[in-house]
Structure formats: C-alpha cells, structure tokens
Design a protein around this ligand. Sequence first.
Ligand SMILES: [Zn+2]
Length: 81
Amino acid sequence: MGRRRRRVSKVVKKKLPTIFMCPACGEESVRVNLKGGSGKAIIQCGSCKIKDEFEASSSAGIVDVYCMFTDKYRSNAEANQ
Ligand SMILES: [Zn+2]
C-alpha cells in the first residue's frame, strides 16, 4: 500500500500535529478532540465527514487516538471485502 505524503510549504510552529491524514478519503483533514475528564475522544474528518468515538485514558494523546482510528478503519475495510 502506497503512502502519500503532502509537503507542507509553510512552517507551522506547533508542539503536536492536530490534523491527520484521513484513511478513508486521503485528505489531511482529520481532527481529534480529547474530551478532558470524560475519557472520550472524538475524531472526525472535515472532508468526508467520517466520524468515530473512542475511550481514551487521560494519558492518551491525539496521536494514540488517531492510531486507534486508522486501525479500526483498516480492520473494518478488510472485514467488508
Ligand atoms: Zn476523510
């Protein structure tokens, strides 16, 4: 499976990436919202509107949630084939 990466021309000074590549549509428009305290994380693509919700421990970061999201998406995609 090929990985497409888009070069970002402007330098953004942020500690963590907040936008990720969508496994469904390939756009870099996936955002993760960590609901502090409730242990929930909501992830949504602004392009194709795919949305999911995960249990996230307080130590989990948005990258962890994104990994859960892509893992789940891939396993779902395989199950549907
Ligand atoms: Zn998408």
